[in-house]
Write a new protein. Structure first.
Length: 115
């Protein structure tokens, strides 16, 4: 039996300021900001699936995502795009092929929403 399972527990995102990143991500994902900041540099966003782990200790400009490492899910890509526009999120593409778009977080990490 293999001791390592084929399950992802979490995905790390490098962020420059843990409190500001927590507030921004919680705002766009509709999550409360009342979780604990661990060790002064880690905040775990409780997701439906693998958690997102914001980490200010691993942040440097060289570690910022230049390609999406994962995608956020939506059932309505048009509504998701308009929501992000209303939040003044930096959108880096329009809706492509009717299924996805890319955007940046405040630290410049490139992320994706996909239908």
């Amino acid at each position: 039996m293999n001791p390592i399972s084929n399950k992802i527990n979490g995905v790390f995102i490098p962020v420059s300021h843990i409190e500001k990143a927590r507030d921004w991500y919680c705002d766009i994902l509709g999550l409360p900001t009342d979780g604990e900041i661990f060790f002064g540099h880690i905040y775990v966003l409780p997701m439906d699936g693998p958690d997102i782990i914001l980490d200010s200790k691993i942040y440097s400009p060289e570690n910022v995502y230049t390609v999406p490492a994962f995608q956020f899910h939506t059932i309505d890509i048009e509504q998701a795009y308009q929501f992000m526009r209303q939040k003044n999120v930096e959108l880096t593409t329009g809706i492509e092929n009717g299924h996805w778009f890319n955007f940046k977080d405040p630290d410049g990490n490139l992320l994706m929403v996909c239908k």
